[in-house]
Design a protein around this ligand. Structure first.
Ligand code: HEC
Length: 170
């Protein structure tokens, strides 16, 4: 009985101590959360402000119409360049894309000086020549690649180049 009593005493002290410890932790954590996350005390409000200041993004974008505070650097609007015409003329296309073969007759390409070579071709009609230049053409002399390999050029640009070539044949 005496030993039970002694065990009981120690047990109560330990339980009591643990209860006090738990209480202390609770009070302490409450105090700390008030300091950091509470929204009612004035120091918490300041803390919140400080946090939200730190969370501000490094840079800010002003949307059109928003007024920019005077101390912000004002960026001068860059002058807009006029859009450049991107359509190439017949001679431009010829010099950029066709002359490589047709200038010197590479791979059997008829040169512009070779009128006799062009006569039967021209006889096919301009539409056929346009079509052969745009879509490519395998003839007896060699292979004419579609658009001369410049698939980025428009059909119209190729047509203009063909017309230019025909106009240059003596
Ligand atoms: C890689 C070389 C090459 C390039 C680049 C090239 N051609 Fe040709 N082209 C040929 C060859 C080869 C022929 C002849 C094919 C044949 O008759 O056998 C030809 C033929 C033609 C013909 C005649 C087609 C026919 O029906 O007789 C036209 C028109 C023509 N080319 C236009 C052009 C134009 C326009 C360009 C530039 C956009 C161009 N070529 C670029 C190789 C080329």
């Amino acid at each position: 009985m005496d030993r039970d009593q002694k065990f009981y005493d120690i047990y109560s002290v330990v339980i009591g101590g643990l209860a006090l410890f738990a209480l202390a932790i609770f009070v302490l954590s409450k105090k700390m959360s008030d300091m950091t996350q509470g929204i009612y005390t004035s120091s918490a409000v300041e803390y919140q402000q400080a946090v939200s200041e730190r969370l501000q993004p490094f840079g800010q974008v002003y949307m059109p119409g928003e007024s920019i505070p005077a101390d912000e650097p004002q960026v001068a609007e860059a002058a807009q360049a006029d859009p450049v015409a991107t359509t190439l003329s017949g001679p431009q296309v010829y010099n950029a894309a066709c002359i490589a073969c047709h200038g010197s007759g590479i791979g059997g390409a008829p040169t512009l000086a070779d009128a006799a070579n062009w006569a039967p071709r021209a006889a096919q009609g301009t539409d056929t020549l346009h079509d052969h230049a745009v879509n490519g053409y395998q003839g007896n002399a060699g292979y004419m690649p579609p658009k001369g390999g410049r698939l980025d050029l428009s059909d119209q640009e190729i047509h203009d180049a063909v017309d230019y070539m025909l106009s240059q044949i003596p």
